[in-house]
Design a protein around this ligand. Structure first.
Ligand SMILES: C=CC1=C(C)c2cc3[nH]c(cc4nc(cc5[nH]c(cc1n2)c(C)c5CCC(=O)O)C(CCC(=O)O)=C4C)c(C)c3C=C
Ligand SMILES: [Fe+2]
Length: 427
């Protein structure tokens, strides 16, 4: 292809965020490219970039929303929103606009290709220019208060509210704060780059102006995949492997059984969606750091270094919860986190939690750090709620943690190209 032709095609084709930068500089650079024979080099670079976009981009459209069974990314930006509009049509339009934007964002594309009009603010805030899609996923959810608030059917949706979508019960020891709880809508943005995740939420919130505002937000992190070549189970801020026992996202039958709402479970509009529980749990890391290793291990019921159940060698060895020591005491304490969260083994949740840190707790001067516990399930009343009921009553871990925030959302089913997120709810 002649260089002149190539330069024009740069302007007409859909540009990735990387190409957008190149496009911006093209007028001053084009002659040099043509004259120096760097054209071949550029097309190679473009091909590599295209490949990168495909490799690290997670499709937005599908039967289910991405960000639930997707491989866990390095970073999270979670936002809970309050809807401010009272107009149903405006709310529908918001979901439509979010769908178009989310598809672009997850492809690593700018929200507008060129901003030639200098008299208006650019549509894309720009901080992700030049960055890849970074496996960004955007997962949207609706909270119970979108349906009914203060006894009012806000958008004619009351009859569509699933019985499972109620505010979670208050558990013993909960110290919930409004500032970290509830929400009419949520956006979970996960990406391997925090700036990409933040850019996504920032732009979605910008699109929502006049219709919804952020109620609370929290960033989250895990060890990065780059830092962990062996891809081991990530460790939480207490230094323990966290996520060992989890349903297998590769097994459709398990996901159907545990995660995806099935037709007949409740209103049809949610089939293919999932319930997301979010708990902002502060961890008293200073107290933990003064606790003996033996006590730490008894708290979880697992060895710290290997992640194996106490008495075993390997992380995935089967825990023998009935085994006793020479004094007839259970080797894995009955009030350990593992024993209690497992119960009789009949309840399962898909955990997808991130550590968080938010500077210092102004009241105590200690770290405000912990776990943004997120889990997905088909029926909270049969999964999260019974597990948390046991934990809140007896968990040895309760000495070291405190639940400060809580929310439940119904994550909408996925959507196809041409449709929009939330379509089944409003039709
Ligand atoms: C109600 C659900 C749960 C809450 C809340 C929760 C908080 C929480 N968990 C850890 C650390 C670990 N959890 C582990 C296992 C585990 N946790 C839950 C549920 C909740 N955890 C379940 C269902 C399980 C699996 C139980 C099993 O069948 O074995 C572990 C052990 C390793 C693992 O399997 O991941 C750790 C470590 C923290 C720090 C925390 C709150 C801050
Ligand atoms: Fe746990």
């Amino acid at each position: 292809m002649a260089e002149t032709e190539k330069d024009t095609t740069i302007f007409s084709k859909k540009v990735s965020r990387r190409n957008m930068l190149k496009t911006a500089g093209a007028s001053g650079f084009g002659v040099l490219v043509g004259a120096s024979g760097l054209g071949g080099f550029l097309s190679l670079t473009e091909a590599a970039e295209k490949e990168q976009q495909t490799i690290d981009s997670v499709p937005f459209y599908g039967n289910h929303q991405a960000g639930i069974t997707t491989d866990v990314q390095n970073h999270l930006y979670f936002a809970s929103l309050t809807v401010t509009t009272e107009d149903r049509q405006e709310l529908i339009q918001l979901f439509k606009d979010w769908t178009v934007a989310a598809e672009k964002l997850t492809k690593g594309e700018p929200l507008e290709e060129t901003s030639s009009n200098t008299y208006i603010p650019p549509k894309d805030t720009g901080e992700a220019a030049g960055l890849s899609a970074s496996n960004l996923t955007i997962t949207f959810g609706v909270g119970p208060s979108l349906f009914v608030k203060d006894g009012k059917d806000r958008f004619g949706l009351q009859s569509k509210q699933p019985a499972e979508l109620q505010e979670l019960p208050k558990f013993p020891l909960d110290a919930l704060e409004d500032a970290w709880s509830g929400g009419d809508l949520c956006i979970q943005a996960c990406a391997d780059d925090i700036q990409v995740a933040f850019h996504a939420v920032r732009n979605l919130v910008r699109i929502a102006r006049g219709k919804a505002v952020i109620h609370w937000a929290q960033t989250g992190f895990q060890r990065s995949k780059q830092a962990d070549a062996k891809k081991e189970t990530p460790r939480n801020l207490f230094g323990f492997k966290d996520g060992t026992i989890n349903p297998d996202v590769k097994k459709d039958s398990e996901m159907k059984q545990q995660v995806w709402v099935q037709p007949g479970d409740g209103p049809d509009w949610l089939a293919g969606g999932s319930y997301m529980v979010v708990r902002r749990i502060q961890m008293y890391i200073e107290v933990w750091d003064r606790t003996t290793l033996s006590e730490q291990e008894k708290t979880f019921g697992r060895h710290r270094d290997s992640g194996a159940p106490i008495g075993m060698k390997h992380e995935r060895d089967t825990a023998d919860l009935k085994a006793k020591d020479e004094n007839g005491q259970p080797i894995i304490p009955k009030d350990s986190h593992m024993a209690l969260s497992r119960g009789d083994g009949s309840q399962h949740i898909l955990r997808r939690a991130y550590s968080y840190e938010a500077g210092l707790d102004p009241q105590t001067g200690s770290f405000d750090a912990g776990l943004l516990f997120i889990c997905f399930q088909r029926k909270p009343s049969k999964q999260f709620i019974p597990i948390q009921t046991r934990l809140a009553q007896n968990d040895k871990l309760n000495e070291y943690i405190i639940h400060r925030g809580s929310a439940l959302f119904a994550c909408l089913p996925g959507t196809k190209q041409g449709g929009y997120i939330g379509e089944t709810l409003f039709s």
